[in-house]
Design a protein around this ligand. Structure first.
Ligand code: NAI
Length: 337
């Protein structure tokens, strides 16, 4: 812990103040699982985000090193590493946004639901600490199965009497990132201009990209749309297989997580018209949690946006995903009860 202290001291030199911009509010971001495959590059990307003034990196091990390393980058935020249960409270105290990539990733042949037994317990204990130490923070849930871990978080927060549905987000941004990349390749359009909403959930067929709403418009065949849809749904598995036992998407996920956290920070800071897809408490279908476009604001969710016009193929996909998503939600709720 003397190393931790020195990391904190290093992170508080006078030069740090010289970089801070007065008009940008102070914002503390905490990463839980910061020493992991996603956690490390995500911590790097959050260190590069000028909206962050304090960056707290927590894990069960390895965080002194990650924090010391990241803290040397000459960007605005102060960095501190926290390790183990007894430092979790400090990591969370005063946090505005808590990002959770803690837990085990998939190996080839596994579904996200196969991770439930280990990750559900991790998420439950981390959310119990969030309820205690930073009950008003925005939570970005990355740990899989997201379809269940978000309902788990909601139940933990309800039990603690602090649940605010506007502040709990399942991070589905990687599905959007993939849909944009794959669409741009197929449609031969500039990827930087592409927008594709992805709705539903974050596992297999529950991932429903709405290519009928993709811009810039392209005249893709139904076969192309089907192939793009499958590739988006199986994007995670593509990476799991390529990594052949060494984990799942970490670098693209860190990028996606950083994009989503940045959107949350912009919303908190009052930037208008910040819209991202996310898995949130929802009334746009009969399911209590659903991913769709969400407008972000000073209180988190400002508005859950509707699905917009769907093609027949997408309508079919929507009906097909509901039973699986429903049972994943129920499994999460049941776990806490
Ligand atoms: P990893 O195994 O490389 O890292 C996980 C980290 O969590 C480790 O450093 C571990 O020490 C830490 N950890 C475990 N228990 C903890 C606890 N109680 N408190 C704090 N930290 C704890 O795994 P990786 O690749 O970083 O994946 C993390 C999670 O993200 C997995 O559940 C994975 O399925 C999920 N994921 C989600 C995606 C999404 O789109 N939402 C995409 C890719 C992965």
């Amino acid at each position: 812990s003397s190393l931790l202290r020195s990391v904190k001291t290093l992170a508080r030199p006078t030069t740090a103040r010289a970089y801070s911009v007065d008009s940008v509010p102070s914002r503390k971001v905490t990463v839980l699982g910061a020493a992991g495959g996603i956690g490390q590059p995500l911590s790097l990307l959050m260190k590069l985000n000028p909206l962050v003034s304090q960056l707290a990196l927590y894990d069960i091990g390895g965080t002194p090193g990650v924090a010391a390393d990241v803290s040397h980058i000459n960007s605005r935020s102060e960095v501190a590493g926290y390790m183990g249960d007894d430092q979790l409270g400090q990591a969370l105290e005063g946090s505005d946004v808590v990002i959770i990539p803690a837990g085990v990733p998939r190996k080839p042949g596994m579904t996200r639901d196969d991770l439930f037994n280990i990750n559900a317990g991790i998420v439950k204990s981390l959310c119990t600490a969030i309820a205690k130490y930073c009950p008003h923070a925005i939570v970005n849930m990355i740990s899989n199965p997201v379809n269940s871990t978000v309902p788990i978080a909601a139940e933990v927060f309800k039990k603690a009497g602090i649940y605010n549905e506007k502040k709990l987000f399942g991070v589905t941004t990687l599905d959007v990132v993939r849909a944009k990349t794959f669409y741009a390749g197929k449609a031969n359009v500039n990827v930087a201009e592409v927008n594709v909403p992805v709705v539903g959930g974050h596992a297999g067929v529950t991932i429903l990209p709405l290519f009928s709403q993709a811009t810039p418009k392209a005249n893709l065949s139904q076969d192309d749309i089907h192939a793009l849809t499958k590739r988006t749904q199986d994007g995670g598995t593509e990476v799991v297989e390529a990594k052949a036992g060494k984990g799942s998407a970490t670098l693209s996920m860190a990028y996606a997580g950083a994009i989503f956290a940045d959107a949350c920070l912009k919303g908190l800071n009052g930037v208008p018209d910040v819209v991202e897809c996310s898995y949130v408490q929802s009334t746009i279908t009969e399911l209590p949690f659903f991913a769709s476009k969400v407008r972000l604001g000073k209180n988190g969710v400002e508005e859950v946006l509707g699905l917009g016009p769907l093609s027949d193929y997408e309508k079919e996909g929507l009906e097909k995903l509901k039973p699986e998503l429903k049972s994943s939600i129920e499994k999460g709720i049941e776990f806490v009860k």
